[in-house]
Design a protein around this ligand. Structure first.
Ligand code: URA
Length: 267
């Protein structure tokens, strides 16, 4: 291959990556532009066994076939909930994701943390917050004596990665919301922490920016809920790490309060 040809191919790959088309989903390459100008029958547009390319399906919001909250009420264990999610067909993101990222940590933990959606590392490994932002999250938690190995449970609003790490569409959030709601009910933590705007708006219905509502305590179905910056945002905006640290201190204080209340009740 000549160097010029190689450079062209690399440019094209980079262009696709920046457009969010970062998944290979068909065995054979297909020139979709050529097919569409020839105006063939609709079904001939795609190789028979292949789903539409990620960049195209990703842009189209999934038909909002929401997980029925009433059906999920009959689910009484996390294992059953995971099974239900594995067989759910109402969210298009599942077709491009490698894994269903369910949760990590201790299911009986007093603190449950909820992020937005898996990224590339999480999708590959099948666990939430295992990439760069996860490492920062672990450090932040460790600074106040918390860790997913001992006393924290972590999940996301969406269990499937949006291709190219784009923001989830409202339809995708609506489709998956009953899952995380039931997930919270089953874990029944003492304290919830919502990382970033997606989690805060989906579960609290707030529309203000995170910088306005971070560090404040809300109630989610009676459980104290703290909104704080998403660690990916803190990585991009290190000046805000100070606020992230203040929020961790607020979390530590609230946890001590909630634990003391419980101990008193038991006496
Ligand atoms: N960002 C999230 O919101 N969740 C993850 O699991 C990873 C990155």
């Amino acid at each position: 291959m000549t160097n010029i040809r190689k450079d062209c191919l690399l440019d094209e790959l980079n262009w696709n990556l920046s457009a969010g088309a970062d998944e290979v989903i068909a065995e054979e390459p297909c020139d979709y532009f050529a097919v569409s100008t020839a105006k063939p029958a609709k079904e001939a547009l795609l190789p028979t066994s292949a789903p539409a390319p990620a960049a195209f399906t990703a842009a189209a919001p999934a038909a909002p076939a929401t997980a029925a909250a009433s059906d999920l009420k009959t689910i009484s264990t996390l294992a059953e909930l995971k099974e239900e999610m594995l067989s759910f067909k109402g969210c298009g993101l599942k077709t491009t994701a490698t894994n269903t990222v369910f949760a990590d940590g201790v299911p009986t933990a007093p603190v449950m943390i909820i992020g937005e959606a898996p990224g590339a590392d999480e999708d590959r490994i099948g666990l939430p917050f295992v990439g760069k932002s996860g490492m920062l999250l672990d450090k932040m938690l460790e600074s106040i004596g918390l860790s997913r190995a001992r006393n924290v449970y972590i999940s996301n609003i969406l269990p499937w990665r949006p291709p190219g790490n784009r923001a989830p569409t409202p339809a995708e959030v609506v489709a998956c919301l009953p899952f995380i709601k039931r997930h919270i009910e089953l874990v029944a933590p003492k304290i919830l922490v919502f990382l970033g705007a997606s989690a805060a708006s989906a579960l609290l219905g707030v529309t203000e920016s995170v910088s306005r509502i971070r560090g404040k305590w809300f109630k989610y179905e009676g459980t104290p809920a703290l909104v704080t910056f998403h660690p990916a945002y803190l990585l991009r905006t290190p000046l805000q790490k100070k606020s992230g640290w203040q929020d961790m201190l607020a979390l530590e204080e609230k946890l001590a309060e909630e634990t003391a209340k419980e101990t008193k009740k038991e006496m």
